[in-house]
Design a protein around this ligand. Structure first.
Ligand SMILES: Nc1ncnc2c1ncn2[C@@H]1O[C@H](COP(=O)(O)OP(=O)(O)OP(=O)(O)O)[C@@H](O)[C@H]1O
Length: 230
């Protein structure tokens, strides 16, 4: 799915979460949406998911504005708080399978194994890292055209982060588009095709990941730090 955002503005009372944000993401790319805390990453992701509307500006997803038709092709999960903690992993997957026609159960089961998640375990017995993993399975196991992962590794240890990244890579459907928002730049940079730096509600840099590394002669993480300090 191709993403075209132009001049997006979103204001919450006095806070301007998006302030003329413009971004184009070609189909079939993994884009890292990189920014410090509070710079508008989640606001952009919710806009693409079609759950909030910008005050002004346009979003076009494969020629359509976000709505019922695009929602069916976009896989997104904000947080697990909407799920019943008394449910087991298996029951949660069953629910997701009933709800989303494109849910690929065999891929979900493979991802569970890869992440060492036990189907009989209840959500309330799970650690934060385990819940992050389950969330990832729910998002990635759909046969969607756009995957939106908002801070998929927040609050998990470095080993679990690596497991999550490997699962993203093996679960990624070639041809689909993915946006992965994070401030943990060094952890994710190996899987990114493109990067967008977001700061104060604007995209201040958008580039192919390898080109950025070549142009700056450094890692994306280092280029990000330099740019944010400047
Ligand atoms: N529902 C809301 N009501 C009021 N202000 C909000 C709301 N949602 C976000 N904001 C504000 O908008 C700004 C951007 O928030 P957003 O969640 O998009 O940032 P973010 O880059 O995703 O941050 P983080 O990495 O901390 O999740 C912040 O200043 C935040 O406080």
């Amino acid at each position: 799915m191709k993403i075209e955002c132009r001049d997006l503005v979103k204001t919450y009372k006095t806070v301007q979460a998006m302030d003329g944000l413009t971004l184009t993401v070609p189909e079939g790319q993994i884009l890292g949406l990189l920014g410090k805390n509070g710079q508008g990453k989640s606001t952009l992701i919710k806009t693409l998911a079609g759950v909030i509307r910008p005050d002004s500006g346009t979003v076009i997803l494969d020629g359509q504005i976000p709505g019922t038709a695009t929602k069916a092709r976009v896989s997104w999960l904000p947080e697990l708080s909407g799920l019943d903690l008394s449910w087991s992993v298996r029951h949660t997957l069953n629910f997701w399978q009933d709800f989303f026609l494109d849910f690929n159960r065999s891929r979900a089961d493979e991802m569970l194994k890869q992440l060492n998640l036990v189907p009989g375990m209840r959500l309330r017995e799970m650690s934060k890292g385990m819940r992050e993993k389950l969330q990832l399975v729910l998002v990635m196991a759909r046969d969607a055209d756009l995957y939106l992962l908002d801070e998929p590794m927040a609050g998990v240890d470095p080993v679990t982060r690596e497991e999550i990244l490997d699962t993203i890579l093996t679960g990624y459907r070639p041809g689909s588009t993915m946006i992965l928002s994070t401030h943990l730049v060094s952890d994710v940079e190996r899987i990114l095709d493109r990067v967008a730096f977001i700061d104060q509600g604007q995209v201040i840099l958008e580039e192919d990941a390898d080109e950025l590394r070549q142009r700056t002669g450094t890692s994306i993480s280092e280029a990000f730090k330099r740019r944010m300090r400047a």
